[in-house]
Structures are given as C-alpha cells and as structure tokens.
Design a protein around this ligand. Sequence first.
Ligand SMILES: [Zn+2]
Length: 148
Amino acid sequence: MITWKDVINFSVNGNPTPDTRVEKTDTEWQAQLTPEQFRITRQKGTERPHSGALCSTHDAGKYNCVCCNTPLFDSTIKFNSGTGWPSFTQPIKENAIKYEKDTAFGMLRVEVMCNTCDAHLGHVFPDGPEPSGLRYCINSESMQLEKE
Ligand SMILES: [Zn+2]
C-alpha cells in the first residue's frame, strides 16, 4: 500500500518505472481529446467541482487515463470525499501514477499524473481515510470508466 511517505519519496527521489510509455505531440493529443480534456490533461487545468460526470458514479469498473487508456484507479478504492471531484485512496498499481511537487499558487502540493503519458490528473493529499490516509483528488475529465 502506498502511504504519504511513499508519495513524498517518489516526488523527491523519482517515480516508479511505468510498464510502458506513450508520447505524442500537443497536436496529436488535441486531435484525439475534447477541448476540456486537452485543457485539463495536457495543460494542467482543473474542472469546476461537482461538474464531473464521474464524481458521483459508483459503478464497478476501472478508471482509465482518457489520453492513453492505462488503468489508473478502480471502483473498489473510490470513496465519497464530498469535495466535488472523484476521490480514491490508492492507485490501481504502484507504478500507474507519477508524483511531482507543485508549488503553484503559493501552496506546496503533490501533483499526480499518468505515469504512462504524463497526463495531468489532479493532486494527492494526506487527509484520506485509513488505512492509507491518502486522498487522490482527480478530475473526471482526465479519466474514462471501463465498466465491469
Ligand atoms: Zn495516460
């Protein structure tokens, strides 16, 4: 299980190696994504809270990266955080997610990205439920639900 200590360690000392890499130009991503998906995943945007289609869904399945379709989270680790963004307590596997320190807006936060294609997903905070204590706060627009 990944804990806040691991998150800090990844963001300071380097991330786990992904199974595979997907690299495309902005033009290629733009052709494949909606404008809102492009703004969030490739330009580190944030959707308005409670606006995301996946915020209140609890269907069983996997949450895949909207850019490269790599599984990132699954419905068993999703929880209702009340924040207005889909929230998870763990990644689907340790090397699915990439962590980077983000000092934008004068705050120290940890940005989470798809480790396969570097899509911006959201942030992770150390105020989630036990046992991991993590809250991955993720934009709906950066994921697609593959229902079981
Ligand atoms: Zn991806």
